[in-house]
Design a protein around this ligand. Structure first.
Ligand code: SDX
Length: 433
């Protein structure tokens, strides 16, 4: 894989000169202009804020067709993976490029279990955070601190790589659960070798010595599905952050910590928390659906329809469809009636028939329904983006490894168009205004 084919050339006519650049095509027919020599040839650079028209890399991992609402990981459609695999199988697929056979899955699961503890000295870090510390702040700090406790930073190949990958995936889940326990002032719960990855997370979150926690298979299945929906999404903001930091040679833990920080933003992974806060505001203030839709269009009004819109999907996010169905299933099976789901469905119906949203191709994205399901599981709102980070960890790792092994890749260093002052002399301070 990792092959592109040259399918022609693009010509740039500038100042009377002609410059030709090869057009390359990927396995799904996406085409790009290879412009590595543009500045050397023409002294021009491209200006593309937000990189909406810029490919930063060639990748085998995930394919998205935003117009058709297609999402595939290593060729497998997201609905097939969500309905037939566990999160750990999908994590293995993203990192290794193929689904594991039974022996590989057993080996990987054993590694995850063996490395699910964190160093006891790290547990002490939690005690020094204030109760109101956001779990994403704790998770990002703890992630980069793993490089101090596990200094074998060369991710290596084969078994050495499996060890590092399993260690990171196991520990990000344990760190997440511990940050929740710390915020509740509850005793930390250790992982159990008798539980699966998701069962362990739920148990470490909700077991207490005085309230035994019964694992509900509906909840375990639903959380597996939600983590799969978050597992990877090609060059999104946080994955691009992981690649950019990794391109300097920074170790895997530092690069993943950068991804966690980028994911925290409300325009990105923080949107799942922002959606619930928005729906709760609508319920609490008794806002009408029409009023919300009108306010979300008003550029002077900070109210935004969180969980709606996407840089790439200009159709219904395929993950949102699956998340909506999972949400309805979980609430029905747990016998929960959540007013926020009713509000979300009304908002969606209204927006999908409103010209503002239709003309801008704004549809629900992965964050619109996931928070309601997480709420039904008893997961607090400020942990939603942490769940997203656990889900996205295998995608981040896969991209970090792919970049490390890509001969085309150099340190990421974009250029700029400078608009500041031209050269000027320093005026002695006594003469300054
Ligand atoms: C994720 O990239 C990924 O793949 C991300 C992700 C992943 O898996 O990694 O899919 C996860 O981050 C999903 C997105 C979560 N964010 C939100 O739900 C926040 C709300 N959405 C918006 O902020 C926005 O839609 C973005 C950030 C998602 C996309 O922003 P873009 O591509 O820069 O689009 P834009 O802001 O230029 O919007 C185009 C127009 C603008 O109006 P006009 O200037 O044309 O008049 O659409 C409007 C925007 O004002 N618009 C919205 C809107 N989203 C866009 N108007 C109201 N409500 C919204 N939610």
């Amino acid at each position: 894989m990792h092959e592109v084919k040259e399918v022609g050339a693009a010509e740039l006519i500038y100042e009377g000169n002609s410059y030709k650049y090869p057009v390359i095509e990927g396995s799904e027919g996406e085409r790009s202009i290879r412009m590595g020599s543009l500045r050397a040839d023409t002294k021009l650079i491209s200006y593309d804020p937000g990189y909406g028209n810029t490919a930063s890399c060639i990748s085998d991992i995930t394919f998205i067709d935003g117009e058709k609402g297609i999402l595939r990981h290593r060729g497998y459609p997201i609905d097939e993976l969500a309905n037939n695999c566990t999160f750990i199988e999908v994590a293995y697929l993203l990192v290794h490029g193929h689904l594991p056979n039974q022996n590989q899955l057993t080996y990987f699961s054993r590694l995850l279990n063996r490395h699910s503890l964190i160093h006891e000295d790290m547990r002490n870090f939690f005690k020094n955070y204030p109760d109101h510390a956001h779990p994403m702040a704790i998770l990002s700090a703890m992630m980069v601190s793993l490089s101090s406790f596990y200094p074998e930073l060369n991710v290596g190949e084969g078994e050495e790589m499996d060890l590092t990958v399993a260690r990171l995936l196991a520990k990000i889940r344990t760190l997440a659960a511990l940050s929740y326990k710390q915020s509740e002032g509850h005793p930390h719960v250790y992982p159990s070798s008798k539980m699966t990855y998701v069962e362990n997370f739920l148990n470490m979150m909700f077991y207490t010595p005085v309230a035994n926690y019964e694992l509900d298979p509906v909840t375990v299945r639903a959380l597996n599905k939600l983590l799969i929906l978050h597992a990877d999404h090609e060059q999104n903001c946080s994955t691009s952050a992981v690649r950019l930091v990794g391109s300097s040679g920074a170790n895997l833990y530092a690069s993943i910590a950068a991804g966690i920080c980028a994911l925290w933003g409300p325009l990105h992974g923080g949107a799942n928390q922002a959606v619930i806060e928005m729906l709760d505001q609508i319920r609490r203030e008794g806002l009408t659906i029409d009023a919300c839709i009108e306010r979300s269009k008003d550029k002077d009004d900070p109210f935004r329809l969180m969980g709606f819109g996407h840089r790439v999907y200009k159709s219904y996010d395929p993950r949102a469809k699956i998340a909506k169905q999972a949400c309805e299933d979980v609430l029905n099976k747990l016998g929960i009636k959540d007013e926020l789901l009713d509000i979300a469905i009304q908002l969606e119906d209204r927006a999908l028939n409103d010209d503002y949203f239709v003309s801008r191709k704004l549809y629900p994205n992965v964050d619109f329904y996931t928070g309601i399901t997480l709420r039904a599981m008893g997961i607090p709102t400020n942990m939603f983006t942490v769940i997203f980070a656990i889900g996205r960890a295998p995608g981040w790792i896969a991209h970090w490894l792919e970049q490390r092994d890509d001969p085309d890749q150099r340190i990421g260093r974009p250029r700029q168009v400078y608009t500041g002052p031209q050269e000027r002399k320093i005026i002695p301070i006594e003469n300054r205004d």
